[in-house]
Design a protein. Sequence first.
Length: 150
Amino acid sequence: MQIDKIDVFTIGFTQTSAERFFNRLDKAGIKTVIDVRLHNTSQLAAFAKADDLAFFLLKINNISYVHQPLLAPTDAMLKAYKKEKGDWDVYEKRFINLMEERKIEQRLTPKMFEGACLLCSEALPHHCHRRLVCDYLNEKWNGALSVRHL
């Protein structure tokens, strides 16, 4: 018997305009944006600062907003990778270990991701923890998520 997969999306807000960002969410039919940033109030975030983003999502697209720091790296990990120009492979291993320690696959369910889009700052998913979250959960949940990067 074929089990239907849960459609989940990911998006970054840098290197895009607000118009393009909100249009991509609308076109994909997103119901909830799950913010997986540790710090969601940075002045560098422009339209993606937490309170502003929640307002815009609701007003423009009727999308709900949830901040989920359980799916974010630690300050130390971010500093080592971003500020100290760390190695991606090291960062990836550390973040996967962190997800294992947090047992995110037991604390969340695939259903929680239905119609959702994971948000962080990186424009592309290749070197971004939102992709690692989806890959990790798919491994633990036997491929329950159908992931598409916007």
